[in-house]
Design a protein around this ligand. Structure first.
Ligand SMILES: NC(=O)c1ccc[n+]([C@@H]2O[C@H](COP(=O)([O-])OP(=O)(O)OC[C@H]3O[C@@H](n4cnc5c(N)ncnc54)[C@H](OP(=O)(O)O)[C@@H]3O)[C@@H](O)[C@H]2O)c1
Length: 282
């Protein structure tokens, strides 16, 4: 595709600062159903643009160029270099532009301490955004209008579900649920896969059995609206195999362990947030 022709209009709808894991996940999710949205990016690492054609994005040669040619700025760099980027943006970001931060643990108040006059939106996306099944939490500052929020939600809804938070503190819980949750779940899936291969199934067949079992169970719960505890009762015949397995999971504290993992992740998110806030204050 001739990108120069596609981008003959100078302005992009979104400009991504940093083209790493999360920005690529967001862009891939958008591209599943929207090839027309104009997207640009600036990254210090030129290798990150090797798949720019597949992602249908334009490469900006400087941070200034990206900011001057993008309506909405998504800042997707690691929290440690985030303050440096905020200071670079301060003189070039206009008060009309929307600044969207993906940085974990960086509070709106901290961003506002540098970008005093700007419209700021803090989001917490997750990697399943790449397949259009992401969960993104969002909180905005008082400078954003209802139209600004509507525009950003419209973009985020392309990559999954968007949750608008009333209380910014909820970012710690969301980080522990939709941020860390996919990895916790991958651990369960991995354990199931190991059991499949140990039972003599090939790797391919094991993946097929385990993923379809999990997908099927979740889809059944969602469509039937049956609550998980009722479902467990439905499939646990008295004296049967499921009852035996469930008894052992309960005895080993399965639910308690999952709860502890989420709690620990939530506490860690709070700690990181305090740490990052104090670095920005300095
Ligand atoms: N990954 C996730 O699942 C996830 C989920 C939610 C939120 N987040 C948040 O999203 C942010 C990005 O995370 P990530 O995992 O996508 O990080 P990442 O993969 O490291 O991507 C960041 C990119 O920014 C580049 N970069 C570094 N300094 C830059 C600069 N001055 N100007 C432009 N680009 C620069 C990096 O290049 P180098 O590699 O050369 O440094 C890298 O390509 C973080 O704040 C994180 O908290 C991530």
């Amino acid at each position: 595709m001739d990108l120069d022709r596609v981008y003959n209009i100078q302005m992009s709808d979104i400009g991504f600062i940093g083209l790493g894991n999360i920005s690529k996940a967001i862009i891939k999710g958008i591209r599943l159903n929207d090839k027309l949205l104009k997207i640009s990016s600036y990254d210090i690492d030129k290798k990150k643009f090797l798949d720019a054609n597949v992602l249908h994005i334009k490469k900006s040669t400087s941070l200034e160029e990206l900011v001057k040619t993008s309506k909405v700025i998504f800042c997707c760099v690691k929290p440690d270099i985030f303050p440096e980027i905020l200071f670079l943006l301060k003189p070039i970001l206009s008060s009309k532009q929307l600044f969207v931060s993906t940085a974990a643990g960086v509070k709106i108040k901290s961003i506002q301490s540098i970008l005093k006059k700007n419209k700021i939106i803090r989001i917490m996306p997750n990697l399943p955004s790449a397949v259009g099944l992401g969960v993104t939490a969002l909180k905005h500052n008082s400078k954003c209008t209802a139209k600004d929020i509507k525009n950003v939600v419209k973009i985020l809804n392309k990559i999954g579900t968007t949750i608008i938070l009333k209380d910014e503190k909820k970012f710690d819980s969301i980080t522990a649920i939709s941020g860390s949750g996919p990895a916790f779940f991958a651990l369960y899936y991995d354990a199931m896969l190991k059991f499949c291969t140990n039972s003599g199934f090939s790797k391919k067949t094991s993946e097929n059995i385990a993923s379809q079992t999990i997908k099927g169970a979740l889809e059944f719960l969602n469509i039937s609206k049956i609550m998980p505890d009722n479902f467990i009762q439905m499939v646990s015949s008295k004296g049967g195999t499921t009852e035996e397995g469930i008894k052992s999971l309960i005895k080993l504290g399965f639910k308690k362990t999952v709860n502890i993992a989420h709690k620990k992740a939530e506490r860690k998110s709070k700690l990181i947030s305090h740490k990052v806030s104090s670095i920005i204050k300095k």
